[in-house]
Design a protein around this ligand. Structure first.
Ligand code: GLN
Length: 449
């Protein structure tokens, strides 16, 4: 399913799309809200249906973040990305399921229900943007938006067999994205082709007055087929290949991927990034610290759930205790601990320094090499209920986290199957070399065809 199948679609066709979603979603559970009778705006993409992750605000449409605390929250404004999509003619057909506040890797942390992987209904679609990935992979919509803080677009894309792109930090406005870890969060698209990823990026990227971290850069996404990549160098990171959690079948597919790149005329080099092995530890200090701060606003006073108490403090406690799920509470506790006066230097401050070190190693490598590649996820989709202990879930993020820590662009490119389950490969590039990353993604896509 492609964007071009829908450009110019009329209201009847959109109504049919919505009916189809309602039917298919009985099995998949990708949507938290399906928008009946959606508005079809004018614009170059008029009539193209798109699904939006439920942590991106939509005026007048419930935005839950997969949490009980926002179960009945209806935002009074559109996120910048939503505003831009509507202006271009896209039709928002629904809001997709996710791990609560985007914390998770399987979409099982949703406070409502798990989403099923369209390629095998017994399995998870990955997470945290599992609903968006499943909506595209099942053919309910040609494109969807997700958010990626530690891999939440790329990993579910890999596990469901679609393209998923995390842009350079600062390229897409976060205004209206409910904050998880603000220094890592980016919004990005899911699609069935590089071309459709580029089309959505062209619309949603750019400087925004409402988000001071957006860069004053406008990239030309339409150029992705024109860039000459012959002889460019692609780096493989030794420490990533030695990762003990890497599944043997995924590793074999990666070797095929390397071969494909060589056939395309790229030069492959092995490099070492000695600090990369600290990525997970660093991320799971920095992200929870930002969570403990960002989620303080959900106090039962201003919006969302309220559970009354004898006094103000009791109201806060009861509301937060009833409204947040287990993983969210765990992260708030972790973050509050690492930011506390006695432990700040030992944890938070140290993690910031290590983040800098990891980033510098990556930037250095990307001066000498055009791209860095790896598998996107060390494993294929697990069964629903199979992976529950937090640490084993955190370890799934090994390949995706470095791009968030350093702010570089990274894409998941579907690369065949292993035992009937999709496998995805990751292409990373230098900051603001997003179009180059899409250019290689497109060449791999063509080669796989
Ligand atoms: N799995 C990671 C986490 O739980 C990444 C989530 C994300 O990118 N939103 O934090």
């Amino acid at each position: 399913m492609k964007i071009s199948d829908f450009v110019g679609a009329d209201k009847d066709k959109i109504d049919e799309v919505v009916r189809n979603i309602k039917e298919l979603d009985k099995k998949i559970n990708a949507f938290l809200t399906i928008i009946e009778d959606p508005e079809v705006p004018n614009g170059p993409y008029s009539g193209v249906p798109i699904a939006v992750k439920d942590n991106i605000t939509t005026e007048g449409v419930r935005t839950t973040c997969g949490s009980k605390i926002l179960e009945n929250f209806v935002p009074p404004y559109d996120a910048t990305v939503v505003k831009k999509l509507k202006k271009a003619g896209f039709v928002i057909v629904g809001k997709t399921n996710m791990d609560e506040f985007a914390m998770g890797s399987t979409t099982e942390n949703s406070a409502f229900f798990p989403t099923r992987n369209p390629k095998d209904l017994e399995r998870v679609p990955g997470g945290s943007s599992g609903g968006s990935a499943a909506a595209v992979a099942s053919g309910m919509v040609p494109v969807a938006l997700g958010s990626d803080t530690g891999g939440s677009i790329r990993q579910p894309a890999a596990l469901t067999g679609v393209f998923g792109f995390k842009p350079t930090y600062g390229l897409v406005s976060r205004y209206g994205l409910v904050a998880y870890a603000s220094s890592l969060d980016q919004i990005g698209p899911f699609a069935n082709s590089t071309e459709d990823i580029a089309a959505v990026m062209d619309i949603i990227s750019g400087k925004d007055e409402m988000d001071s971290t957006t860069a004053d850069v406008k990239l030309d996404f339409k150029r992705f087929k024109e860039i000459d990549l012959s002889g460019k160098s692609v780096a493989i990171v030794k420490e990533m290949m030695e990762y003990e959690g890497l599944d043997e079948d995924v590793s074999k597919k990666f070797e095929e991927f390397v071969k494909t790149l060589e056939d395309l005329g790229l030069k492959i080099r092995e490099i070492s990034l000695p600090s990369i092995k600290y990525s997970i530890a660093t991320y799971y200090i920095i992200a929870p610290a930002e969570v403990s701060s960002n989620l303080a606003r959900f106090d039962g006073i201003r919006y969302g759930l309220r559970v009354s108490g004898e006094n103000l403090k009791e109201l806060y406690l009861k509301t937060r205790n009833a409204g947040f799920g287990e993983e969210v509470k765990r992260r708030i506790l972790l973050g509050t601990f690492t930011l506390s006066a006695a432990y700040y230097d030992a944890y938070f401050d140290k993690a910031q320094r290590v983040r800098r070190k990891i980033s510098e190693e990556i930037y250095e490598a990307l001066k000498e090499n055009e791209f860095i590649i790896s598998p996107t996820s060390p494993i294929t989709a697990p069964k629903i209920g199979e992976k529950t202990d937090p640490l084993s879930l955190y370890l799934m993020d090994f390949y995706t986290i470095p791009a968030n820590l350093s702010g570089i662009p990274a894409i998941n490119v579907p690369f065949g199957e292993s035992n009937g389950l999709p496998v995805g490969m990751q292409i990373m590039g230098g900051r603001f070399r997003d179009v180059e990353v899409l250019s290689l993604s497109w060449r791999v896509e063509e080669a796989v065809k």
